[in-house]
Structure formats: C-alpha cells, structure tokens
Design a protein around this ligand. Sequence first.
Ligand code: NDP
Length: 607
Amino acid sequence: MSDDLASTIDVAALRAKYDAERDKRLRRDGEAQYMAPVGDHDRYITHDPFVKERTERAPLNDEVEVVVLGGGWTGLLTSVRLTEAGIRDIRVIEDGSDFGGTWYWNRYPGAQCDIESYVYIPLLEETGYMPKEKYSYAPEMYEHAQRIAKQYDLYDKALFQTRVGEVHWDEADKRWIVTTNRGDRIRARFFICAIGPFSRLRLPDIPGFDDYEGHSFHTSRWDFDYTGGDHSGNLTKLADKKVAIIGTGATAVQAVPHLGKWAKHLYVFQRTPSSVDVRGNKPTDPNWVKSLKPGWKRERSDNFNTVVRGEPFEVDLVNDGWTDIFRRVPIVHAVGALEQASKDDMAERQSRLELADFEKMEEIRARVDELVHDPATAEALKPWYAQFCKRPCFNDDYLPTFNRPNVTLVDVSATRGVERVTKKGLVANGKEYEVDCIIYATGFEVSGTYRRRYGFEVYGRNGIDLYDHWEKGMRTLHGHSIHNFPNYFIVGLTQVGGSWNYCAIVDEVAKQVSYIIAQTQKAGDDAVVEVTAKGEDAWVKTIRSYAGYNDKFLESCTPGYYNNEGKFKESVATFSGDYYAPGSNAFNKILEDWRASGKMEGMAIIK
Ligand code: NDP
C-alpha cells in the first residue's frame, strides 16, 4: 500500500462512519426477521419450476448401506469419495430433479461462480474437464455436476424430488430409519448429511407479506415462465411489467443487470449496498492449460486458501479481487501464520490490514462515482464497511444498470428494511410502490438456528434430539461426527477449517468420512462407529479455544449472515465461530495425519 494514501486516510472518521452505518441497520430481532418457507410459505420451495411435472412413484421400504442426503457438490464429492473407498451401495436423496444442488436451483439470469472456477469447481482433473472461463456461469456448473454423476454411475443411485423429514436411530437394528415426504421408510446403516449451506432459502418476515396479490418468487426458484428467457437473460415477458427485487447481496448483484435490461420498470430495494469490484472475466487460455502438471488443482486451491487467510505466500496463483488485499500488505508475509505471531506483530498486522482495507474500499466507492451518473444514487450505492464483512461481489454491469431511466434504487436503510407489503406492492419510506412482481433475493438459512438450517429432524441414541444436543452450541469431532449419533456423519461447514472456497473444505471431509466408513465395514456387518464423549469434548475445546479471535472484526461489521445479523455474541448457532480458526489447509493436515496414524483417535468402533 502506498504511504501517501495511508497518510491521507482519516482512520478515526472512517471508523466512526462505519459504526454509524452498522448501527443504522442493527435490528433487535436479528435472525428472527426471517421466516422459513414452511406452512403457508412452503409454496416458495415445493414448486420446482425446472421440471414439467413431478414423477410419481411408490414409496420405498427397503435398506441401503449408505444414504447421502444432498446431490449438490457436497453430496457428489461424498459419493465419489465413498465409491473410491470401495463403498458402492449408496442412495443419494435429493429434493431437486437432478444433481447440481445450488447450481440446480440457482438458475437466475446472470448466476455465476464468484470464486475462480479453476479452484472452485471440483473433480476437474478426475473428469478431464476444464472450465471455459475464469468465472463460470451456472449452466456450466450444472452440466459438470451431471458429468460427475454420469462418470461415477450415480444416477442409478439417486432418489430425486424427495425431501427427508426425519431420521432416527434404531438401536436394536443398528440402522438409521429415514422417512421422506414421499412416504419412504428407508433403513440405512450409515447416514451422511451433505446438504450444503445454501439449500434452505429464507424469506423476510415483512408485515403484510401474505397480502400481496401479484406474482412473487425467490431467486433460487426463478420463474422463467413468468419472466421469459433463461439464465443468459432475454427476459422478454417483463417488457410490460413493473418488478421489485428485495435484496442487494451476491445474488441480486448478478440478476439486477438482466432485470434492468428487460423490465418495464425495476425497483431495487436496498438495505445495505454490496461492495462491487471489477469482474474481468476471461476465456481459459489453452496454453496455460497445456502447461499444467498433474496435481495442479489441489496446489492452486491450497495456494488460494493460504493467500486469503493472510498467511505468507510466494506466488498468488489466482491473482484476483479476492486476493488483492493480501498482495498489498507486506506485513502479512513478514509476520507469518496468525497463531505464531507475537502480540506486537499482530497489532501491527491488524492495523496494516485495516489500512489496506480502507484503501480498497475507497477504490470500491470511487468506482461507484465513476460508473453511476446520479450523485444521490451513487452515494446510496456506496458500501461503508470492511470488504470481508459481507461476501464481496465482482460484476461489471451492476452499477451502470442504475443509469437506466427504467431503474430506481429504493434505499430502505433508514427503516431497517422494506416497511410493509400490500395487496399491490411494497411500502418504503412511507411511499407505496405498485408492482406486478416481487422477487425475493433475500438469501439462505446460513446462520439461523440449527433446526432451521438443516430443515429435518434427527434423533440419535435413546431418542436424543440433535438440535437439543447442540442447545449450547455445535458439538462434533472434526465437524463430521457427533457423540450418541452412531454411523451418522455431516459433510459441510460445521467445525472444520474455514475457506472462501467451499468445495476445498468439503472434499477433504468427504475423504475422511469415506475412510471411517470403510474401516467400520472391515470390522463386520453390524459394527457401529461413534465418536467418544472424550473425542467430541476435545475437538469442541479446540474450536472454542479460538473463540473471540475475530470478535472485534465481526462487531465492526454491518449485520448479515457472517455475524448472525449482528448478534453473534448472543447466538449459540454462530456462523463464523464454528470454524477451526487456523484455516482449511491446517485442518486438512489434521485429517490427513489422523488417517495416517490409523488409530481412529477419538472414535470407537463397536462390534
Ligand atoms: P444474502 O443473504 O447475501 O443477501 C440477502 C439480501 O436481502 C441482503 O441484501 C439483505 O440486506 C436483503 N434483505 C433481507 N431482508 C430485507 C428486508 N426486509 N428489506 C430489504 N432488504 C432485505 O443472499 P444472496 O442470495 O445474495 O447471497 C447468499 C450467498 O450465496 C452469498 O453470500 C454467496 O456466498 C452465495 N452466492 C454465491 C454465488 C457464487 O457465485 N458462488 C453467487 C451468488 C450467491 P442486508 O444486507 O441489509 O441484510
């Protein structure tokens, strides 16, 4: 970072501005401002707009070795790693009508990978596939999910259009009993929850929500019958429609340019502006592809994890907007890994990082002035918080969309959200906006209570309710196993090493779980594996030993799912606190060492 710029930044004034913008948005109800799509609101999830009709079938009453819940990246990676470990009696249960998960459901216009596709998209070397661009669009990822499923023979093992309602452990039988919304009763020796963090959409509990008589849908169930067009745009049926979109997070930033282009009028209801940097997408360079050596994907992915965690690095392979800040801060290289840094080094490091962030965000705000003509609109679009307080966005068309005469930005920050839904539209700042359609770009249950996040009931030994077991916070060994829940696994973001690159996390957990299941099978047909109370305690202690390390940062941020809507200190279901703080590379090493030792430390196989 240039010393000139550092000397021109008024740190105290910026901190005060950030605090004021955060306080303006903090709500007493925190997570409770959102509602799950249940009861009358289940219409937002039960209709699959991407298939003509539901396939009817008789309920199943049978047995399989492993049920994998979820057919997105997590379920696919888990199934692939199980297959590689020689475990083939698998049934994948999936709500969608095909594999793909997030990329099955999120087909909204403009949907795109926000992380570099070469590090994000899994199993590239195994399938011999190379993404067409640095940042892939949704259809390419959906197709890749299908490619994986075909290559690993997973279609025969899939139960689509099926939602699990409850799983409970039958002690006498040593089996999980899995019941579904299709009347199935499946016995499974092992159950793996692989549903990913973005599978449960959330709706804002705005007064009058049910009064609206126009058309409405959530972005993860985009209604192309209504809008016309497809993922690439062409929303011709909106030519005579007034449309409102609520939310300006990563999803809306990608969809708004298309809505602005095609709707008669678009109202964008914004509570907190996103930080929107340059995307600069480009086609994959064939010469670069030729130069790659086997193992390149893991190397690149580990490098990305290292850089964005602020650890020392020699080369930044991804070299994009995610890694930008870390290239600017030489102290990060000098200090070394966070855990090894001395107190003085840490303070110095924090202050340099804060300055680099201020510099970055000044650039982001200057970009708004450059691209948005109306000064009042530009002012409202400027984000006043640190870049990683919310998912940073990268898009070259979003900001210029606000120069269109048919696009209106409605700032609802003063009232902490849209005030009211009426029969005909939305009320904000005392004014009613009549619209033909409301699109909810209000995100997912990433940080709600565990019961809401998972959306199905789990009962372990003696009927113990999983979410009661976690009443005072999540408890696992290495994020995948829970005491009193034998043969039950989670592959996901629970108490594992954090990274911005989701697939890099879950692939390693999938390998670990597959290894444990294979070991258990070797012990006999009725062997059961479970984490011991001691094993679980030890890992929870490790996770909690880092508690508070990031509090100052989270407190400084505007509310959102990263900080449990500003209430992370009051919530037991914290989003960011449930990570192994040293990061995913360090965590993956723990798993690799654990397997290499062969001791199954912290777990017991009971015959
Ligand atoms: P978010 O949770 O990020 O955004 C929800 C939006 O709705 C926010 O702007 C929020 O405002 C707004 N909102 C909620 N309630 C109200 C209300 N009552 N009135 C007005 N506005 C309201 O959801 P997204 O779907 O945008 O993104 C979720 C995540 O999905 C991302 O963070 C990212 O991780 C992932 N994603 C990944 C992509 C990829 O390429 N891999 C692409 C798109 C998304 P506020 O900020 O004030 O709370």
